[in-house]
Write a protein that binds this ligand. Structure first.
Ligand code: ADP
Ligand code: GLC
Length: 479
């Protein structure tokens, strides 16, 4: 059995700001079916410590990046956890990355370098009777682990870095080189230096034995300047060490036939015919009037990446064609305000500004279509929820969105394989046209029903991707 230490800054069901948490939380169970023993190392945020049941200390460090720390081992919600308890780094309110005023914590470089350090130490030395065969780091927050393993611990333990979003580099001032336990000799353009600063993700890209990202299309996009966020050259240089493994979703948590979040007035369903009750329930919950056209939904962070400014521009076309919008999201203040204003002036638009897991299930279950017009999308999970719930995805042709949705061209419709609608190029005009197409398709009941059936038949679980990760680990760990 291969033993893998996964190191991440968030993990469902303990702490989540985005899809990274879903993936980190789903991998251990998915991989255990493949014979992989995965344990997850997380920072000891208050929410994580509270969720951790009985635990015991397996490592101690009197001076971990500015204070004492201990590594606790335990289990919660079926996941074997290592929790890094370090009051000076993680015992705070706010999100994993931001203080209560919405600004990055100034010591984020130290907070996640510490996490990566402990991952590397655990990889190199083990604790008690468990030493991983491989360390799997996620995003910049874990990206120094491959570096520390090789440079500080001189360890042969292999590592994998998964890039969930190349836009986040984990930049730090060069003045922190010593504090972050980095070798100044590596502070070069060939090393982790990036325009005069330290770049954690670059260190991971250079030092991990293999790099993965969360969809095949994004793995190709990453090597191009338009998508590589300045790291495309370094990524290109890794050649075939980079691969794309598509995310799955937790098909138990996201199951239209058994969904506990579908409270009163909603109904679980195996067949899309029963979905209409949920659409009515969602209209009622969001205060939307009855309508004949499609109820479009969005569940998203409201940021530049997600392209929802374009949806605002295209919205009148949807409404004029009989459609409606129910949006659940939070993020940029300007976008939150713009959507609130749209809802205040247009009865067929309703928004819930905030983060709410249960509401997200009802929105997905009740929507006729889910709109994901991302400028880039490494994988994207909400279009997968949409497929599973027969909520037709309208997506941009990028990253994982391109890999998971088969557009409803006449040929795909007649071949019975279409699952959604794609918008390309991603402009407000093209999105407008796609929304008009969506409304027209919705008015062709047979085509729409076929689309829904095809969508619900898609395999969106973890099986195939868990096998791909297991294969990758096997290439690095001699059996
Ligand atoms: P990203 O990680 O870039 O935000 P993903 O589509 O991979 O995008 O994952 C987003 C995850 O966060 C999904 O599980 C989605 O349902 C959830 N989510 C996003 N916004 C909200 C919200 N306002 N309320 C509840 N869940 C949300
Ligand atoms: C990132 C990406 C998203 C992906 C998620 C999980 O947050 O933005 O596309 O689905 O990571 O891998």
């Amino acid at each position: 059995m291969i033993k893998v230490l996964s190191v991440a800054s968030e993990c469902v069901p303990f702490i989540k700001t985005g899809g990274l948490a879903d993936v980190a939380g789903a991998l251990p169970a998915a991989l255990s079916e493949q014979g992989v023993d995965m344990r997850v190392l997380l920072p000891g945020y208050p929410a994580v410590l509270a969720a951790l049941g009985a635990s015991h200390t397996v490592l101690e460090d009197g001076a971990l990046f500015g204070g004492p720390a201990q590594l606790l081992a335990g289990e919660a919600e079926g996941i074997k956890l290592y929790v890094l308890e370090a009051e000076h780094l993680y015992e705070r309110s706010g999100t994993p990355y931001l203080g209560p005023e919405g600004r990055d914590w100034a010591d984020n470089p130290q907070r996640f370098a510490a996490l990566s350090w402990v991952a590397a130490r655990l990889g190199a030395e083990g604790a008690e009777d468990w030493r991983p065969d491989l360390v799997h780091a996620h995003d910049w927050q874990g990206a120094f682990a491959p570096y520390y393993l090789k440079r500080h611990f001189d360890s042969a333990v292999p590592s994998v870095l998964t890039i969930h979003n190349v836009a986040f580099h984990g930049m730090a001032s060069a003045a922190l080189l010593t504090d972050l336990r980095l070798d100044p000799a590596d502070f070069t353009p060939e090393g982790f230096e990036f325009y005069g600063s330290i770049n954690a993700l670059k260190a991971g890209i250079l030092f991990a034995d293999k790099i993965t990202t969360v969809s095949p299309t994004y793995s190709k996009e990453l090597t191009r300047p338009e998508f590589g966020a300045g790291l495309d050259g370094v990524i290109r240089a890794r050649g075939t060490d980079l691969s794309g493994i598509l995310n799955g979703i937790d098909t138990n948590a996201w199951d239209p036939a058994h969904d506990d979040a579908l409270a009163e007035h909603y109904a679980s369903y195996r067949h899309v015919k029963k979905k209409q009750a949920n659409t009515e329930a969602l209209r009622a919950e969001f205060g939307l009037p009855p309508a004949d056209g499609p109820l479009c939904v969005v569940v998203s962070r409201l940021t530049e990446q997600k392209g929802l400014d374009l949806l605002l521009e295209a919205l009148p076309a949807l409404i004029e064609n009989g459609g409606q919008l129910a949006l659940l999201g939070s993020g940029d203040a300007a976008l939150e305000l713009a959507y609130r204003e749209a809802a205040a002036t247009e009865p067929n638009v309703a928004v819930y500004i905030g983060y709410n897991e249960a509401v997200s299930h009802r929105v997905i279950a009740g929507g006729d279509a889910i709109i994901v017009p991302s400028r880039f999308e490494p994988c994207g999970l909400t279009q997968l929820y949409g497929l599973r719930y027969g909520t037709i995805p309208l997506v941009a042709l990028t990253g994982g969105l391109a890999d998971t949705v088969i557009p409803a061209s006449p040929a795909a419709l007649s071949a019975g394989v279409a699952t959604g609608i794609q918008v390309f190029p991603l402009t407000a005009d093209a999105l407008r046209q796609s929304l008009i197409d969506l409304c027209a398709l919705f008015r062709r009941p047979d085509d729409w029903a076929a689309l829904r059936r095809n969508a619900m038949d898609q395999a969106v679980g973890w099986e195939r991707s868990a096998a791909a990760y297991t294969h990758l680990y096997g290439e690095l760990v001699p059996s």
